[in-house]
Design a protein around this ligand. Sequence first.
Ligand code: HAM
Length: 466
Amino acid sequence: MITKQKGCHDIYGDEAKKWKYVSNVIDAVCERYNYDFIRTPIFEASELYHRGIGEETDVVSKEMYDFKDKGDRSITLRPEGTAGVVRSFIENKMYGDATQPVKLYYNGTMYRYERPQSGRDRELTQFGVEVLGSDDPMIDAEVISLAVNIYRILGLKGIKVNINSLGDKESRDNYRKALVEHFMPHVDSLCEDCKVRLQKNPLRVLDCKVDADTEIMKNAPVMTDYLNEESKKRFEMVQKYLNLLDIDFEVNPSIVRGLDYYDHTVFEIEADIEGFGSQNVLGGGGRYNGLVSALGGPEVPGIGFAMGLGRLMLALEKEQVELPINNSLDAFVMYVSDTEKEYATTLVQELRMNGFSVETEYTNRGLKGQFKQADRLNSRFLIILNDTDLENNQVKIKNNKTKEEELVDIDYILYYLDEHLMSEDDADCDCGCSHEHEEGHECHCNGEGNCGCGNHCDCHSHEENE
Ligand code: HAM
């Protein structure tokens, strides 16, 4: 048997439905914030990541899936989304668009050759946003609030936002000097990688996994003490906007992020859930005002973040958040004879074309087996075909919950289903989604003013919650 690769997952069944639900929420929230979807290639020239992310980062020096293609080009499977989006921004001259800033989001697979464990995969899915063309601290706060609001809307409670500032170039230069002065006298006690990092990129010493718990690391100088006046003021403005947006956060000077392109604001959102495990950073991001020019574009500032969907699903599971996935069908069409089967073929098509979710029989089950199959699929109505009824232009429709059944004229099937499915749902809800009201009119807004599908919800249960 051929098995999947280490650190990869098959996502199917209810799990896949949950992923799809979460992605739909993400789409809806991004739309509200006016972010446009962007799809960039899964592989890029390796140079993009060497120049964009930085040679000394773990991601580039240890974790890249890179190979030579048949044309002898150095290719890398994307380890993250920012570099590719920035490449696309430059290549497609989006900096010339009238509608600045350019606000983009993506949701796709990334590849990192890491040692797999719970929450750390080799194939991972990231949702991320990038805003290019604004240096306003207000947008820094917007990006952080977008991330937080997605967790909130999904119903995840245990999150903690840590922010820090890496300042401008002058501030970082001063900080680098301070780090070298601090670590140099103890260089022999550092791991082999850190000895090199200290020479080439001292900031990277701070996210060393080997030396993390040593005294020398714990007593290292902190970035916030080296911010110049301008950087300090900018950081204060970001905090002011976060307070205005009602986002709880903590300034945590140890957040330096693992990628080289950051300056000014950096942040991480961690799972604050008991027993979550060591891979508790659900998402992170920051400002990268030098990245567009470093990749050959004009001087355009940028900021963004990404969250791992796998870690998010683990967090939702740990908090036992029930996602309103749709596990039912509108109707199951049942038949026995060949003529009934022919009619079933066309009826199923007509119902599907009119927006109903419909299934029928494909494996020669008898009627008894078809009833069981309809139950397994949670079909709300059964359309039971019978030659005699068909001769009279009628079909039998049975409500699978109340077990009431009626003979319905063929011309009336669509209206019948429409009417009866609607009255089963909460007729007063105009939120535009169907999934969260199907079972007992349950509302998943968590009292927050929306139902989780991303649309406003006006159903009774929601009013009660408010
Ligand atoms: P990152 O911190 O490297 O940032 O990754 C963002 C998130 O992706 C992490 O917080 C984590 O949830 C998830 N993640 C990363 N590696 C793995 C892995 N091996 N297995 C499972 N999940 C993982 C970035 O990638 C930046 N591009 C974020 C950004 C966007 N900064 C500015 N714009």
